[in-house]
Ligand binder design. Structure first.
Ligand code: ADP
Length: 728
């Protein structure tokens, strides 16, 4: 049985590694086992730098970039003799479960270590370094991998811990360079990391290209079809030479890409995967293969390490053999889709993509509800797709009221054809460029709305928005029997910070919101550093859904999260105050940062955020302070996060493909087709279209959220990792 679990970070450091260390240590302790940190990667394993870890040792870890338990490149571990010493050290400490967070090199090393394990033990027994009893007891080495890498270069997982933080840094730099590039009409060649994998470059590219400027992104390991290295200087020479003669500069982002505090997504991913890794260690039986923890779309899954290491190596071989199609295939379907979406949405004049005249549609695009980061990215890529295929993209300005208000007097103001030059620069813009509004078709008149649809000859409708958008879609579907202009295919791309739209586990904009909230909470926590023993009660948005509060709680390590789903009662408050008392009493000053409670704005009508803070203060009897803080609209963020941008691009392209498939269908046929009115969503490991007919049955209309919410299970993880006692 596994009793002692070690955790190690290895290879290149990546933001989020600390979050996984915290999750592994605390989940280990919660499971009644002892936790150890192997310091400085394999170097610590070979040279016996192993430290016992307690609950408080990892306090505040998930806000910190890099790795706090150290990492190193270790040549000794590449040799059998080094691994032999590593084996001895593990056995001496009684560690028989190991979680290793690192890149492809580290996990390849882990795989080798495990394969050799029985042989290593026999050798140690023969050399009398360990006893026969020890060999029997430790006959099985239980290793679980976590992929920590900024390059996103490991097979069988969509994301690695750290890649989105790094992408965030790159996008920030690119946004900065963009403004200087367009001011001077310059060209920039930007080198980004990625020795063997172009993920960072490709994703960052989703937000490039303009008319006053030229930005070319080159991955460190970029090469041509003959595998000849492409350096930034070579690209510069092309741009600066005839015929372009552009004033061209090179910027190498270098180690800036590694650094900084992890983004919300990496904190969540590292925490959830860390918990899963310990579960996998505890569940392993002798003879089982080694696993690593992966994420596919939104689902965290345990996968065999051996196969993933093999695929990762195969990929490198495919590139060596110049089989690039195979290489892209091995990178997984998500990468291939992003690559396709990128190609379609950056070059809109590819004759090969144009549809014949009779297959071209008038596609209307509307934003409904509150603005959310990524809405513009979705609109932009829908427009790009339409132009590439020969459809006409019509923007409806300011939602349904915008459509109807100007209908009679000023029709040209309400609906407008969008062109590429206009939308191209929208990708990094927050808010909604075409304007959004909360009002429903029923508020402005179903008849008037339908009449506008008829007048503009819309063949299809692409809706981007949150729960209001969902309700609007439901209204139009219901009204299609009475109003023939609604008998067109309609698809909704959920975009709302609240992430409360049925049919998806992720809404565009929710990641931007979480990043804003995480920065806010980090600042609030830090402000307490001057006066220790302070509790902040932070109020989050999110409507009647506790998603934002819970996921932010996971990302910052909140002491408690109050959600509308659970509500608040006196017993809960009393228990949490007691927990606070105990936790302050045992605080040996490991961190001076304050403690945080997150309260969803609609968790309770009675216990407001301020009241909760006051109650805590009163009950602390002077032993600690309590304050409340309300970030409000700050939570909508400024620039959309990379994840919201790239997912908006990819999902919008899928929506367009779906609408396009309905060309030539009659109104009668569409009316009878349940799938003609749909919501695109990420559910578990897949991207799916849900039909409104079905989704409406799964909707809690009163509380404006799905009847069952997939993220609810994360609530318990927040509690477990903060040591919050459960109400019996
Ligand atoms: P990353 O894990 O980020 O890809 P490296 O490739 O540098 O980083 O690997 C980190 C460490 O993992 C190396 O310094 C070495 O100790 C170990 N390692 C890497 N590849 C192997 C291998 N094939 N066999 C044994 N150990 C390895």
């Amino acid at each position: 049985m596994t009793k002692r679990i070690g955790v190690m970070t290895s290879g290149g450091d990546s933001p989020g590694m600390n979050g996984s260390v915290r999750a592994v240590v605390r989940t280990t302790l919660n499971s009644g086992c002892e936790a150890f940190a192997i310091l400085e990667g394999y170097d610590g394993l070979v040279n016996n730098m192993i430290k016992k870890m307690e609950w408080a040792d990892v306090r505040g870890f998930q806000s910190e970039g890099g790795t706090l338990i150290g990492t190193a490149r270790c040549a000794e571990f590449r040799e059998r003799n080094g691994r032999l010493r590593g084996a001895k050290n593990l056995i001496t400490h009684g560690i028989n479960g190991l979680v290793i967070c690192g890149g492809d090199g580290s996990l390849t090393g882990a795989d080798t270590f495990r394969k050799e394990w029985p042989g290593l033990l026999s050798e140690l027994v023969a050399a009398k370094e360990i006893t026969q009893e020890q060999q029997d007891e430790f006959s099985f080495l239980n290793i679980v991998g976590l992929v920590g890498s900024i390059d996103n270069d490991f097979a069988d997982t969509d994301a690695t811990i750290g890649c989105y933080s790094s992408l965030g840094k790159i996008c920030e730099s690119l946004d900065t360079i963009d403004s200087t590039a367009s001011s001077h009409q310059r060209a920039f060649v930007i080198e980004v990391m990625g020795r063997h994998c172009g993920w960072l470059g490709l994703m960052a590219g989703h937000r490039k290209l303009g008319k006053r400027k030229t930005v070319v992104i080159v991955a460190e390991g970029a090469h041509d079809e003959d595998l000849k290295h492409i350096s930034p200087t070579m690209v510069k020479d092309v741009l600066a030479g005839a015929p372009l003669k552009l004033d061209t500069r090179i910027t190498t982002l270098g180690h800036l890409q590694r650094g900084g505090s992890p983004c919300a997504y990496d904190r969540q991913l590292s925490t959830l995967q860390g918990v899963e890794a310990v579960k996998a260690v505890l569940a392993a039986k002798p003879g089982d293969p080694s696993y690593f923890i992966s994420i596919i779309e939104n689902k965290i899954v345990k996968k065999p390490l051996l196969e993933a290491v093999a695929s990762t190596l195969k990929l490198a071989e495919a590139i060596k053999a110049k089989d690039f199609e195979k290489a892209i295939e091995l990178r997984g379907p998500e990468f291939a889709e992003y690559y396709e979406a990128y190609k379609i949405t950056t070059a809109t004049d590819q004759p090969g993509l144009k549809l014949p005249e009779n297959k071209r549609m008038n596609i209307a695009i509307i934003n409904v509800g509150a603005p959310a980061g990524g809405m513009n990215s979705a609109t932009r890529s829908a427009v790009a797709y339409c132009l590439a295929r020969g459809h006409t993209p019509w923007a409806i300005h300011n939602g349904f009221p915008g459509l109807v208000r100007h209908h009679r007097d000023k029709p040209e103001g309400s609906v407008r054809k969008l062109d590429w030059l206009e939308v191209d620069c929208w990708i990094s813009k927050g808010g909604s460029e075409i304007g959004t509004n909360r009002d429903m078709p029923s508020n402005v008149g179903l008849f008037a709305t339908a009449d506008c649809f008829r007048e503009w000859k819309f063949d299809a409708l692409f809706i981007v928005g949150g729960f209001e958008a969902y309700t609007a879609l439901s209204e139009m579907r219901a009204a299609r029997k009475e109003f023939p202009p609604f008998r067109i295919p309609m698809v909704l791309l959920p975009a709302t910070i609240s992430n409360n739209v049925p049919g998806t586990e992720y809404s565009v904009g929710s990641d931007t919101c979480l990043n804003a909230l995480v920065s806010y909470c980090d600042a609030v926590k830090q402000s307490a550093s001057a006066s220790r023993r302070r509790v902040f009660v932070v109020e989050t948005q999110g409507g009647k859904s506790g998603y934002i509060a819970t996921m932010a709680g996971l990302a910052i390590g909140a002491l408690a999260v109050y959600t509308p789903e659970e509500g608040i009662d006196l017993q809960t408050l009393a228990r949490d105050i007691q927990h606070l008392r105990e936790s302050f009493a045992t605080d040996r000053g490991q961190t001076r940062a304050g403690k945080l409670i997150l309260n969803s704005e609609h968790a309770s009508a009675t216990y407001t955020t301020q009241l909760i803070a006051n109650i805590i203060k009163e009950e602390s009897k002077g032993r600690f302070e309590s304050r409340h803080a309300i970030p409000g609209h700050f939570q909508q963020g400024v620039t959309p996060s990379p994840m919201d941008r790239v997912r908006a691009v990819r999902l919008a392209v899928k929506c367009m493909q779906r609408l396009e498939a309905y060309v030539g269908r009659t109104g009668e046929e569409i009316m009878a087709d349940e799938n003609a009115y749909a919501v695109i969503g990420i559910k578990g490991a897949s991207v799916v279209f849900g039909s409104m007919a079905e989704l409406e049955q799964e909707t809690n209309w009163k509380d404006r959220r799905p009847v069952s919410e997939a993220w609810l299970a994360n609530k318990k993880i927040v509690d477990d990792l903060s040591g919050r006692p459960q109400v019996p």
